[in-house]
Design a protein around this ligand. Structure first.
Ligand code: GLA
Length: 368
């Protein structure tokens, strides 16, 4: 396997495409890199290692392209990521935390690895971000990734058969469709962990980005970032993003929740307006200097907004630029953290015969 040949920053790839809305495959044995490009020239690169989005090239308000997703320029970067940022990957089988790595289904106890202090995070030691997925070009705009997580893998019950399809539309949407089935009851919570910086990866912090989250409530956490079980209103707190505001505006305020998260690293309870399970607007993100604007739509009930608090400023990204503390942010559409232990939260348990089916859309545009 020639994994180190995987140079995802190679500028030439997009230029090799002969038609718009094309899918380009670059093959390095079992590690592959797919390039999706639409009519606008928006270009998204995705590898089957972790079903990871490695690059998103979009125009600013003047038409100048920049890569707005953080990442490495080589698959070994993703494999050896000691600091575990999960750049661009699909995380699972359970994205986010499960308290003490324990849960029970029908009275049977399951024990998972504790990978985040006392708790389980993002699927365990070898989560879905660290496995090679099967991949298939699925039409002129899409690539489909498939992975079979075995019964007992990372301690989870049931063979979980997963398909994740990425589509880049001519309406400048990166659409992620998730589908999974199981042969035993199991918790499932899949999300994508792309870090966005709408100025361009490595171009400073995201504190000037203006964020709106369509949520009147959030799930406060304990010091290990496990929800207390309550849903609290955001009104009057630094967690109020109901009207767009700069991320940096309230991040320094004295607030116990911000102290626990080292900044924002929390789950918002999305206002679905009676449209549970339907695709609704979850968040918007605007970067004033470039004019780049992004909308996030999801069928999921929650959104983890994580603002790169663990980026320590010691990591050089794919183009050699340093990723500063808070140099990127994630908008992880999902069910709430620790749902398997929180009976009042929407259930994340998938049963045999049922289908886990969800969609998230990141839509790119600009504003004057
Ligand atoms: C998630 C978590 C964060 C952090 C990042 C990865 O967003 O909520 O606490 O672990 O993943 O660094």
């Amino acid at each position: 396997m020639k994994k180190n040949l995987f140079m995802i920053a190679a500028a030439g790839l997009a230029g090799m495409l002969t038609s718009h809305a094309a899918v380009q495959t670059t093959d390095f044995d079992d590690i592959k890199l797919y390039t999706l490009q639409n009519k606008a020239g928006t270009t998204v690169k995705i590898t089957n290692y972790g079903a990871t989005v490695t690059s998103i090239l979009t125009a600013d308000r003047n038409g100048t392209m920049a890569d707005i997703a953080l990442g490495y320029n080589d698959v070994s970067g993703y494999m050896n990521a000691v600091d575990k940022p999960y750049f661009g990957s699909i995380v699972g089988r359970y994205g986010n935390r499960i308290a003490k790595g324990q849960f029970s289904i029908d009275g049977k106890k399951y024990k998972l690895a504790t990978t985040n202090g006392a708790n389980h995070l993002h699927g365990g030691v070898i989560g879905f971000d660290k496995v090679v997925w099967d991949a298939k070009v699925a039409g002129s705009h899409s690539v489909r990734f498939h992975y079979l997580a075995k019964d007992g893998e990372e301690g989870y019950p049931g063979n979980l058969d997963i398909n994740v399809t990425y589509t880049l539309t001519d309406a400048n949407e990166l659409k992620i469709d998730y589908l999974a089935t199981t042969d035993q009851k199991t918790p499932v919570n899949l999300t994508n962990h792309t870090y966005f910086n709408l100025k361009g990866e490595g171009e400073g912090t995201i504190l000037g980005h203006e964020l709106m989250i369509h949520a009147k409530g959030y799930t406060p956490v304990d010091s290990g970032l496990i929800p207390t079980g309550k849903i609290e209103p955001v009104t009057g707190t630094p967690f109020d993003f109901t009207t767009a505001k700069a991320i940096g505006r309230d991040i320094g305020k004295k607030d116990q929740q911000l102290e626990y998260g080292l900044g924002y690293d929390h789950n918002w309870v999305l206002d679905k307006g009676g449209k549970t399970g339907q695709l609704t607007l979850a968040a918007t993100l605007y970067e004033p200097t470039s004019g780049r604007f992004m909308e996030v739509f999801t069928r999921e009930p929650g959104l983890q907004f994580y603002c790169g608090n663990f980026l320590a400023g010691n990591l050089k990204g794919k183009s050699g630029k340093t990723y500063l503390h808070r140099g990127g942010l994630c908008l992880e559409t999902q069910h709430y953290p620790d749902s398997p232990n929180q009976p009042a939260f929407p259930s994340t348990i998938l049963a045999p015969g049922a289908q886990y089916q969800t969609t998230t859309v990141y839509k790119f545009s600009t504003k004057k």
